[in-house]
Ligand binder design. Structure first.
Ligand code: MN
Length: 196
């Protein structure tokens, strides 16, 4: 599928001239991940993995946990363009996702998805509903598993930390490290004129 087709849902929901959000530019190098803290009608964390020329995306109401015993609900959202990984700004009132966005964490990831001992590429793992990745971010490190499930008849996913050396039941960066890793700002510091 062409990249333009993959982003048609993203574009159809937005007036990109009004909101200042990226329209989808040239692909970057390497496999990136980003977690954006989005203060919209409710606060949530948008978890995005670079795959197939777009950012595969989920909205996580409680944000990622470092505790392998915590399953975090992750609702799939539409594919986003790669340049959304650097987006911070204020989406105006009346627009889709109105509110403020900061880059809460970002870095690269490695695909660890496998089936019966052989590696499965990310696209196939997403289709199969089970993705394992190793994150190298500033706040999030180590293994995470995303597993598709169903809740009340709707597709939803669960994000769970793998029990490795980066698991930590005591740390909760969602609460203790609320600032942008790109600009050091909190959501409240992001103003309407960011993208003017
Ligand atoms: Mn969001």
């Amino acid at each position: 599928m062409a990249k333009d087709d993959k982003l048609s849902t993203y574009r159809s929901k937005r007036d990109l001239n009004a909101s200042g959000e990226p329209s989808g530019g040239a692909p970057g190098e390497g496999a990136r991940f980003v977690v954006q803290r989005h203060e919209a009608s409710s606060v949530h964390f948008d978890f995005r993995l670079e795959a197939e020329g777009v950012l595969k995306s989920w909205a996580i109401p409680k944000g990622p946990s470092l505790d392998p015993q915590q399953k975090r609900l992750a609702s799939p959202t539409e594919d986003h363009p790669l340049d959304y990984a650097e987006f911070e700004g204020s989406i105006p009132e009346g627009s889709y996702g109105a509110g403020t966005v900061i880059v809460w964490d970002t870095g690269t990831y490695r695909n660890l998805s496998s089936h019966r001992g052989s590696t499965v590429d990310v696209a196939e793992a997403l289709d199969n509903g089970h993705v394992k990745v190793w994150l190298d971010g500033e706040k999030l490190r180590g293994g995470y598993a995303l597993t598709r499930t169903r809740m009340r008849g709707r597709e939803s996913w669960l994000l769970v930390k793998t029990d490795d050396e980066h698991a930590d039941r005591r740390r909760n960066p969602v609460r203790t490290q609320p600032k942008s890793v790109l600009t050091g700002r909190r959501n409240a510091d992001v103003s309407e004129d960011d993208h003017a």
